[in-house]
Structure formats: structure tokens, C-alpha cells
Design a protein around this ligand. Sequence first.
Ligand SMILES: CC(C)(COP(=O)(O)OP(=O)(O)OC[C@H]1O[C@@H](n2cnc3c(N)ncnc32)[C@H](O)[C@@H]1OP(=O)(O)O)[C@@H](O)C(=O)NCCC(=O)NCCS
Length: 164
Amino acid sequence: MTDRIRQVTMEDLDRVTQVEAVCFPPAEAAGKEAFRARIEGFPESFFVAEKDGAIIGFINGAVTDERTIRDAMFEDASLHDPEGCYQSIFGLDVAPEWQHRGIAGELMRHMIKDARRRGCKGLILTCKDRLIGFYERFGYKSLGVSASVHGGAVWYDMILEFSE
Ligand SMILES: CC(C)(COP(=O)(O)OP(=O)(O)OC[C@H]1O[C@@H](n2cnc3c(N)ncnc32)[C@H](O)[C@@H]1OP(=O)(O)O)[C@@H](O)C(=O)NCCC(=O)NCCS
């Protein structure tokens, strides 16, 4: 269990970058400047999980009218459209020593609840095949192989649409 989940601030930049670097291979990890742009661009959909005052995980993504994530969105925070219908998930990270305790689930449920509160129609993400089952538990459905070639990997498009 996290102590709390709160909105990101620019003071979190170094720690967030550090957690990303241990969670993803270099070709896939977002760097400090990408995180700076995301924190500036869409702090309202960027949340960190804290334990004893330290950040142990986070979730973030821009809002868009598109039903799938395009690679350009990862690098260009200005594509964030606050009036868009779908909350995207660019990244869900939990520091390795805190994994397997339900922290990612807490972060995802927080993001889903918040997107619903803001009036979004649903959420979208891309993931590797091994995590499709993990996201299906929250109500996401696979749309098949994504056009994304991010980091040279094969990704799947997933979407969760609110029923009302
Ligand atoms: C994926 C990730 C966010 C899960 O974090 P977590 O806090 O351990 O997740 P939870 O405890 O809420 O859920 C864990 C369950 O999800 C599933 N799961 C998590 N990671 C998995 C993986 N790599 N492969 C298969 N299933 C996985 C398992 O069912 C797991 O159950 P277990 O803990 O009994 O093994 C974390 O492993 C991580 O940061 N990985 C590196 C970055 C990444 O791949 N992020 C997702 C893509 S954006």
C-alpha cells in the first residue's frame, strides 16, 4: 500500500527520471527533458505514489482525441489536448524493490477514477504482450498490434471505454 498518491511537481523531476531508468531499457526510457515537458504540459494527469515521503512509482499521460497512441506523442508534450476524450498512459512505473505489492494497480485505479471525474470517455495505452492480461484486469481491451515502434519493440494498443 502506498501512503498517498498525489499530483507531480517539478521538484519530483530527478526521482521520476531515476525510477524510469531502472524500470525500462535505455531505448525505451523517457529522459529528464521529456519528463520536464510532461510535468509542465500535463501535471493534472501525472501522479506519483509515495511511501515514507519517497516516490516509489508513478503514472502519466497526455489527453488526446485519438483512440490510439502515436509515437510522436511520447516526445511532444504539446500534443496534449486538455479537451480530448481519452486519457493516455505514457508510462506506469514501480521501483523494482516495491513491485508485486499492488502499487501499479493503485496508480492505475487512481488514474481511471480521475479520468472519469474529468469527463473523459476512456483511457488508452500501449503495452508489450506479456502485460495485456495485467491491463485487462482493469477493463482494457486489446485492439491488436500497434503502429508504435517505440524503442524497437512490438506493442499492443489497449483501450478502456467507460460505459456511461
Ligand atoms: C509493470 C509494473 C508497473 C507492475 O508494477 P507492480 O506494482 O509490481 O504491479 P502490481 O503489484 O499492481 O501487480 C502485479 C501483478 O501484475 C502482473 N504483472 C506485473 N508485472 C508483470 C510482468 N512483467 N509480466 C507479467 N505480469 C506482470 C502480475 O500478475 C503481477 O502479480 P504478482 O505481483 O503476483 O507477480 C512494474 O513491474 C514495472 O514498473 N515494470 C517496469 C516498467 C513497465 O514495464 N511498465 C509497464 C509498461 S508502461
